[in-house]
Design a protein around this ligand. Structure first.
Ligand code: BGC
Length: 380
């Protein structure tokens, strides 16, 4: 208890705030100083714990999931999320590892879109396109953070105001993202946003998973099911062509679980554009707002699996094709080609310019609200 008090006092909590926490909170949530950025700002790390001994570390910087510590079929714990030991690396070295992505996850063609006949220009940061919100997206901001325990779950609420014109986007938006971790090993992420001017929005989380452990090499033997009969084919800059294509008979068919490596090297233009899988699948949905199973990934080696549930229309399945061994991550690990996969629940890429895709517009008076659940488990 004394150790915990010291940890949270050094993290900037007042004695009153600490006394207001009940025992349940103290058991399930810990907060510490993760470190300093080069400009002197402090980054905090929250640990969300559950009763079965699993834990998830999340930063107030970018809402970044820094680690996910879960047991395998032998009861051995390992950290299944790639990341860094030093907070500054999340600003300078990171391909969005673990981060919240906003305002617009994925690509917007040529960094331009039009709303109500006004054209907006965004900074271009991925060849000729804008990727993941621009140069200083939500992943690079320190969010306001507040920890609590609600219904026996550790809960971290993060909030951010992004001003009108931030990275070129219209409207001041107010965003709240909540992470909750329960005793069934479900991490629920709820995204809320409102705006004072019509804008576009598409929020996600960009965790790089390796179910055998962040330092375990290739994910090609992981088996993946994606609950989607269609996907959105792309051009050579990874912008959707606008077509909604059937996966059947193509390497994109994950309707029945298969190892990632089975079709990844097939000579196919879509796979060569992405250097592997880096596409948006159109999720099968019973109706627009329900939370359905979107994908399952299973590692035969450790028996670990992840189920992803969402109310979003799409999921970007990315197989770490651009990892090239040049970044030094946690505990000195160099992350190589296809050492991780991402499952980014979202609206389709470039929706602001594709009027046949579900809309990503948010108008004053409306509330953007979406939920994604990552469930971690072991098949015995
Ligand atoms: C994109 C990839 C990109 C990765 C990291 C994914 O969402 O689809 O093309 O390399 O993010 O930036």
């Amino acid at each position: 208890m004394i150790k915990f008090l010291l940890i949270i006092l050094t993290a900037g909590f007042s004695l009153q705030q600490i006394l207001a926490m009940n025992n349940e909170e103290i058991e399930r949530m810990e907060v510490k100083r993760f470190g300093l950025l080069d400009d002197g700002r402090t980054v905090k790390v929250y640990t969300l714990k559950n009763k079965i001994g699993n834990s998830i570390e999340i930063l107030d910087l970018g809402g970044i999931i820094k680690s996910i510590n879960v047991a395998d079929h032998n009861g051995e714990f390992s950290d299944i999320a790639l990341g860094f030991n030093n907070p500054q690396q999340y600003l300078t070295d990171s391909p969005y590892m673990g981060a919240l992505i906003g305002r617009y996850a994925n690509r917007i063609a040529k960094g331009k879109f039009t709303i109500d006949e006004v054209e907006y220009s965004l900074p271009v940061n991925n060849f000729e396109n804008t990727l993941h919100g621009g140069i200083i997206g939500f992943d690079k901001r320190i969010w306001e953070s507040s920890a609590s325990t609600v219904d026996n779950e550790a809960q971290l609420e993060l909030s951010l105001i992004s001003k009108d014109g931030d990275q070129g986007y219209p409207g001041t938006i107010s965003t709240i993202v909540t992470y909750r971790f329960d005793d069934q090993n479900k991490l629920t992420i709820t995204y809320l946003a409102t705006t004072d001017k019509t804008t576009v929005i598409n929020l996600t989380n960009h965790t790089y998973f390796n179910l055998d452990g962040h330092n375990s090499g290739s994910i090609l033997d992981h088996e993946v099911m994606i609950n989607a009969s269609h996907y959105t084919p792309v051009d050579n800059t990874l912008i959707p062509t606008g077509e909604i294509a059937a996966v059947k008979g193509t390497p994109m068919d994950f309707q029945t679980s298969k190892p990632i490596g089975r079709d990844i090297s097939i000579d196919d233009p879509q796979l060569s554009f992405g250097l592997g899988f880096d596409h948006n699948w159109v999720l099968n949905k019973s109706d627009e707002n329900t939370i359905n199973l979107a994908a399952t990934v299973y590692s035969p080696k450790t028996g670990k699996f992840i189920n992803v549930y969402t109310d979003q229309p799409g999921i970007q399945f990315y197989t770490g094709n651009f990892l090239d061994g040049s970044i030094k991550g946690k505990n000195g690990t160099f992350y190589n080609h296809r050492n991780a996969f991402c499952l980014e629940t979202q609206h389709f890429p470039n929706s602001p310019n594709q009027h046949n895709f579900p809309t990503t517009e948010l108008r004053p008076g409306e509330q953007y609200k979406t939920t994604t659940i990552f469930e971690f488990g072991i098949k015995k």
